[in-house]
Design a protein around this ligand. Structure first.
Ligand code: NAD
Ligand code: TYD
Length: 333
C-alpha cells in the first residue's frame, strides 16, 4: 500500500493511526480527510512529516468531496464519526449523517474508483451490553444508544455493499480507547484534566460499577493496521484491550495519579440507558498476529503524565465550545 486516505485523522484515534503509519511504513503517503468538527484538531497531527502527509478539509457526508480525495488511493481507513454517547442523547442528526450516510458515500466511492480496501473503524458498543462472558464477531448487533445505533447502521450498510457489489470492506470493533490527545469529553481525559485543575469529577451515580474494557490507543492503531493488511474481506475483527475495570476503580486510579482524595468525586445523575458492561473476544484478530502491548497501570500513568505535561493542548479546548457543552451536560445533574 502506497497511498491511503484516513478520514477523521484529526481526531483522537485517527491521528494516532496516522503517526503509526508514517513511522511504520517509510514509503507510505497519508491523506488526512477531516471535517474538523469540535473534536477535530490539527494540533493532533502537527508533528506529521509534510513530505508524506497531506491534509484535506471535507465532510464524508459530501459524496463528491470524499470521492475526489479517494482518487488514486490504495485504501481508505474511516475513523470519521460523531463519537460521544452523551452528545448523541442530546441529538443524533449529525451522528446519522456522518456514521451512516458518510459510510455509504465511502462505499459508493470505493466501488466506483475500485479502491482495494475499505477499513471501517467501528466499536464494541454495537453489540450492546453483556453481563457475563464476551461477544464474538458472530453475535448480532444490539446497540442501545443513538451513537452505537448509528455505528451499527454504518456497518450494516457496508456489509450489504460487500455482499451486493463486492466492495472490499473490513470492519474493526474496538473497545474503549485511552491515551494522549483524547478530547476531554470522554471519561479519562475529563477526569484527569478536572483533577489537575482541582475540580471534582462527575461520576454517574448508579454507574459506579459499570465496566469498560480499556485499550491503549497505539494498540488500537496496530490492531486496525493488522486488520487492514491481513484481514479477510467482508469480515469483522474485535480489538479488545483486555483491561476490564469498573468505573469506580478507574476513578480511584485517576484520583491517586493526580494526588487527590475521594472528596473530589461528585456523583451526578446517571446517563439514560447507560450500558452496564462491554466485553469482546479478540481471538480472531490475535489469530492474524496482533497482540496488545501496553500494561494497564503503565498506560494510565503515562496518560495522566501526558495531560499534566501538555496543558498547551487541552487548555484551549476546555475554554471554548466545551464549556457550554459541559454546563448543559452536567449542571442540572
Ligand atoms: P474523535 O471524536 O476524537 O474524532 C472524530 C474525528 O472525525 C474528528 O477529527 C472529526 O473532525 C472527524 N469527523 C467527524 N465527522 C466528520 C465528517 N462528517 N467528515 C469528516 N470528518 C469528520 O473520535 P475517536 O475517539 O478518535 O474515534 C475514531 C473512530 O473510532 C470512530 O469511528 C469511533 O466510532 C471509533 N471508536 C472509538 C473508540 C473510543 O474509545 N474513542 C472506541 C472504539 C471505536
Ligand atoms: P465514555 O468515556 O463516555 O465512553 P463510553 O460511554 O462510550 O463507554 O464513558 C466511559 C464510562 O464512564 C461510562 O460507563 C460512563 C462513565 N462516565 C461517567 O461516569 N462520568 C462522565 O462524566 C463520563 C463522560 C462518563
Amino acid at each position: 500500500m502506497k497511498k491511503i486516505v484516513v478520514t477523521g485523522g484529526a481526531g483522537f484515534i485517527g491521528s494516532a493511526f496516522i503517526r503509526h503509519q508514517l513511522k511504520t511504513y517509510p514509503e507510505i503517503h497519508v491523506v488526512n480527510f477531516d471535517k474538523l468538527t469540535y473534536a477535530g484538531n490539527l494540533d493532533n497531527v502537527k508533528e506529521c512529516d509534510l513530505g508524506r502527509y497531506t491534509f484535506v478539509q471535507g465532510d464524508i457526508a459530501d459524496r463528491g468531496a470524499i470521492q475526489s480525495a479517494m482518487e488514486g488511493c490504495d485504501a481508505i481507513v474511516n475513523f470519521a464519526a460523531d463519537t460521544h454517547v452523551d452528545r448523541s442523547i442530546m441529538g443524533a442528526t449529525d451522528f446519522i449523517s456522518t456514521n451512516c450516510t458518510g459510510v455509504y458515500n465511502i462505499c459508493e466511492a470505493a466501488r466506483e474508483l475500485k479502491t482495494q480496501r475499505v477499513l471501517l473503524v467501528s466499536t464494541d458498543e454495537v453489540y450492546g451490553s453483556i453481563r457475563e462472558g464476551s461477544f464474538k464477531e458472530t453475535d448480532p448487533p444490539q446497540p442501545r444508544n443513538p451513537y452505537s445505533a448509528s455505528k451499527a447502521g454504518g456497518e450494516l450498510i457496508a456489509l450489504a455493499h460487500f455482499e451486493t457489489f463486492g466492495t472490499p470492506i473490513v470492519i474493526t470493533r474496538g473497545s474503549n480507547t485511552y491515551g494522549p490527545y483524547q478530547y476531554p469529553e470522554k471519561v479519562m481525559p475529563l477526569f484527569i484534566t478536572n483533577l489537575i485543575d482541582g475540580e471534582q469529577v462527575p461520576l454517574y451515580q448508579g454507574g459506579e460499577h459499570n465496566v469498560r474494557d480499556w485499550l491503549w490507543v497505539y494498540d488500537h492503531a496496530s490492531g486496525i493496521d493488522t486488520a487492514l493488511r491481513k484481514g479477510e474481506l467482508g469480515q469483522i475483527y474485535n480489538v479488545a484491550g483486555g483491561n476490564e475495570r469498573e468505573n469506580i476503580v478507574l476513578t480511584h486510579k485517576l484520583l491517586s495519579g493526580c494526588g487527590r482524595d475521594e472528596s473530589f468525586i461528585r456523583l451526578v445523575k446517571d446517563r439514560p440507558g447507560h450500558d452496564f458492561r462491554y466485553s469482546i473476544d479478540a481471538s480472531k484478530l490475535r489469530g492474524l498476529g496482533w497482540t496488545p502491548t501496553m500494561d494497564w497501570d503503565q498506560g494510565v500513568s503515562e496518560t495522566v503524565d501526558w495531560y499534566k505535561n501538555n496543558e498547551w493542548w487541552w487548555r484551549k479546548i476546555k475554554s471554548g465550545e466545551f464549556l457550554e457543552y459541559y454546563r448543559k451536560q452536567y449542571e442540572e445533574r
